[in-house]
Write a protein that binds this ligand. Structure first.
Ligand SMILES: N[C@@H](CCC(=O)N[C@@H](CS)C(=O)NCC(=O)O)C(=O)O
Length: 241
């Protein structure tokens, strides 16, 4: 086969981003789990014209491939799955693959996005308006109820096989747990039976240890830089320290 899709993508991939980002971390973990050969290019989000040519929304992460740059983490994960050899990170049947994507979508739209609306007052030195907090809560609660219905945790979210849903959800809950603690003094993980055990097992994976080690360092610097309200506990409950 000739043409762009025949490139041996795993030999020429560069993931641009920053280890504080749960999106960057999910994409990086997927590449590690695949055994991909790739480089990480430390990059911060920007609205500069030059950056927008690489990532149209000016966001990180984006993946540099032999065919050009691709942004939006879900699209990056799909690319990785199709272009990079290695263990499959989607289930074997169309229906189960759709269920994995359903979970990624619920986590992204109804857990990550509302919690992200609270990042300014927690991690960025700002203040969250009561209306913003009030708007986020019912969306997240509904999503957690939905996840409780959809996941099997046996031992992964969709059963015996690690999927992109596990990786995407893990990095969302890693930051999301901090947001829920700070804002509502509650745990998202405790909302679904077995989710904390899943989270702890995920945190112990070699890919997670690599990604979280860089997160810890970058996040500490980020919190200092932003004079953030959130303080990391001395001994982490969530991580591997
Ligand atoms: N929908 C995007 C979200 C990525 C995202 O929000 N990245 C953040 C860093 S965690 C960012 O680039 N923020 C800068 C901005 O929104 O301008 C994706 O799936 O990759």
């Amino acid at each position: 086969m000739t043409g762009p899709s025949s490139h041996p993508a795993s030999t020429s991939l560069a993931l641009h981003g920053y280890p504080v980002s749960n999106y960057f971390n999910a994409a990086r973990a997927a590449l590690i789990e695949k055994g991909a050969v790739f480089t990480v290019v430390p990059t911060r989000a920007s609205q500069d014209d030059a950056f927008l040519k690489l990532s149209a929304m000016g966001k990180i992460p984006f993946l540099q491939t032999p065919d050009g740059c691709i942004a939006e983490t879900v699209a990056i994960l799909e690319y990785i799955e199709e272009a990079v050899p290695g263990i499959p990170l989607y289930p074997a049947t169309p229906f189960e693959r759709a269920r994995a994507r359903q979970i990624v979508n619920i986590v992204q739209v109804y857990v990550e996005a509302p919690l992200r609306s609270l990042f300014p007052g927690i991690f960025m030195g700002g203040v969250n308006a009561p209306e913003t907090i009030a708007a986020a809560q019912p969306v997240v609660e509904r999503a957690m109820r939905a996840l409780g219905q959809l996941v099997t945790l046996n031992p992964y979210l969709l059963g015996a096989q690690l999927t992109h849903a596990d990786l995407f959800a893990f990095y969302t809950f890693d930051i999301g747990e901090r947001v829920a603690r700070f804002t509502w003094d509650m745990s998202l993980l405790d909302r679904v039976e077995g989710l904390r055990d899943w989270f702890d097992a995920m945190a112990d994976r070699p890919s997670s240890r690599t990604v979280l080690a860089d997160f810890d360092t970058a996040f500490a610097a980020y919190l200092r830089d932003k004079a953030a309200a959130w303080q990391e506990p001395e001994l982490k409950e969530t991580h591997h320290a």
